[in-house]
Write a protein that binds this ligand. Structure first.
Ligand code: FAD
Length: 496
């Protein structure tokens, strides 16, 4: 078997693994990165930017954001169920991380909100083109370039399969990480001997069995998450086998529209607006103003019958959006022009898309949605009354209250979705993987989505950029701590 030797073996080249590689190499440690796919960057290649707290962008943009404020918000949000030391270390480091990235050539557009009620913590990567999904590819590319310049060796299309553990002197009989067994794309087994190992494989978003087992959601039935190939929970399994504690894996919640096939963005953009939202009983379930916080929306939908809600409009609302643009523009769907809505609906119908449902009467629309028509009509009547006065039911702001009266009527399913999974490996604030007694497994580190246990049950979208921010910052922390560990360990015989 071909054997490599290094001080620090990093499993995977997503943003967590790349940040760890650069950081550890900057500290003078030799590094080998094993990456399953042919490309660095992982899921983050689809993303746009990372969290920063107290950055120069926020100061320049006069955004009131401090570590103290973010930390307080975060701990309140999570009911103090998460590791305050880790959260504090992550937030306190995050502004310097933005500068660290700039030093390697990453540029940022500035600090942005994801939706109106969120804070401007999302540092979107500049690409030289319009702000758009995928911008973070530039961030990953720069980190990989910097890592290579520092001498980091990348073994691409090489899948890590097992963490090697060996007896360690002076650690009460507990074993320490000593390397990784992996397989090349040609099926050849290789061994990387190392003094420290980092697991950063991005969770289990593309592993329906593991998702079901760990979170209870069934992919394609009540969960429609992003499932990027390769994100199959390998790191979780390997770390648990190596002695790390198995703690809850959660879905990094978001919500999406269901039943749409071949529908242009202008149609979906309309249904993501703060329209009337009803459940399977035809009743309202939230102040729809908060729908843009897709964590909240997904939580609402997940707790309804059939885990499904419906976003409902009439043709006067569609016409209003078509003429004036949508009310809420997001950075992800950043084109307010939905003038193609009516043509888009026709295209959807021609393509046999289940949604949007279109009907000439509210009763007919209710039947298409599978809702009792009587209750649905009552809900619409009450809602139209709020549009004339105030929303006594859920206090939605007046500017979002638009009556539903003009045929044809339209509705689209809203279903739970997610960016992938988060958490599963217990870590401490040094990103050391810990066992069930909360003791570090010597030489074993975890970062990014595999170790992201800081949200409790719901992704913290009020501070956007949080998951990529966690990945890059915990990658750096793991890089620093692993560098200290291997340097303290000194010479060990890797042939033991
Ligand atoms: C569409 C989309 C948009 C997003 N946008 C944002 C955003 O703008 N801001 C934000 O904060 N978050 C965003 N996220 C979330 C963010 O991208 C993730 O939290 C982040 O990428 C996690 O980083 P990671 O390094 O832990 O894992 P990943 O980025 O998932 O990378 C994991 C890597 O592990 C590799 N791998 C897996 N198994 C093995 C193995 N056995 N051996 C070797 N390699 C392996 C994979 O090939 C992959 O390269 C977005 C997510 C999605 C899906």
């Amino acid at each position: 078997m071909k054997t490599y030797e290094t001080e620090f073996c990093i499993i995977a080249a997503g943003p967590a693994g790349l940040a760890a590689a650069v950081q550890a190499a900057e500290e003078g440690v030799s590094v080998i990165v094993l990456e399953k796919s042919a490309r660095v960057g992982g899921v983050a290649n689809a993303g746009m930017g990372l969290l920063g707290i107290g950055t120069r962008y926020q100061k320049e943009q006069m955004i009131d954001m401090t570590v103290e404020k973010a930390f307080g918000m975060f701990m309140d949000y999570t009911h103090y169920m998460v590791d305050a030391r880790l959260v504090k270390r992550y937030f306190a480091q995050s502004a310097e991380t933005i500068e660290w990235l700039e030093e390697m050539g990453v540029e940022f557009e500035g600090a942005y909100r994801y939706f109106p009620q969120s804070e401007a913590t999302w540092h979107i990567v500049k690409t030289g083109k319009k702000i758009r999904p995928g911008a973070a590819t530039f961030l990953n590319r720069k980190m990989a370039e910097r890592a290579k310049a520092l001498g980091v060796q990348f073994l691409m299309e090489t899948t890590a399969e097992k963490i090697l553990m060996e007896a360690a002197d002076g650690s009460d009989g507990r074993k320490r990480a000593a390397g990784v067994l992996a397989r090349t794309k040609d099926g050849e087994e290789i061994c990387v001997r190392a003094k420290a190992v980092l697991v950063a494989t991005g969770g289990a978003g593309a592993n329906p069995e593991m998702m079901k087992q760990e979170t209870g959601y069934t992919f394609g039935k009540d969960m429609f998450n992003f499932a990027f190939p390769g994100i199959t929970g390998d790191g979780l399994r390997m770390a648990w086998e190596a002695g790390a504690d198995h703690i809850p894996v959660r879905v990094e919640q978001s919500a999406s529209l269901g039943g749409l096939t071949g529908v242009p963005d202008c149609v979906s953009n309309v249904f993501y607006q703060p329209n009337l939202l009803v459940n399977a009983f035809g009743k309202r379930v939230m102040n729809e103003e908060y729908m843009q916080n897709t964590t909240f929306l997904s939580n609402v939908v997940s707790n309804q019958k059939n885990r499904t809600c419906f976003s409902v409009i009439d043709s006067s609302i569609a016409q209003y959006y078509a003429e004036h643009g949508v009310d809420v523009v997001s950075m992800v769907r950043n084109d307010p022009d939905v003038s193609g809505f009516f043509d888009g609906v026709k295209t959807a119908q021609e393509k046999g898309s289940e949604c949007p449902y279109v009907a000439d009467t509210l009763e007919e629309l209710a039947e298409k949605m599978g809702i009792d028509p009587g209750t649905f009509v009552e809900t619409v009547d009450a809602y139209n009354g709020y549009c004339d006065a105030i929303d006594e039911e859920f206090y939605k702001a007046k500017r979002f209250l638009k009556p539903i009266y003009k045929a044809p009527f339209y509705a689209c399913k809203v279903v739970p979705s997610g960016y992938g999974t988060v958490g599963g490996i217990r870590i401490n604030e040094n990103c050391e993987a810990c066992d069930s007694a909360f003791m570090p497994v010597p030489g074993l580190y975890a970062a990014g989505a595999d170790a992201c246990n800081i949200y409790n049950d719901s992704y913290m979208f009020l501070l956007p950029g949080n998951s990529m921010g966690f990945a890059v910052n915990t990658g750096r922390i793991a890089g620093m701590e692993a560098a200290n560990y291997v340097q303290d360990l000194g010479e060990v015989n890797l042939d033991n």
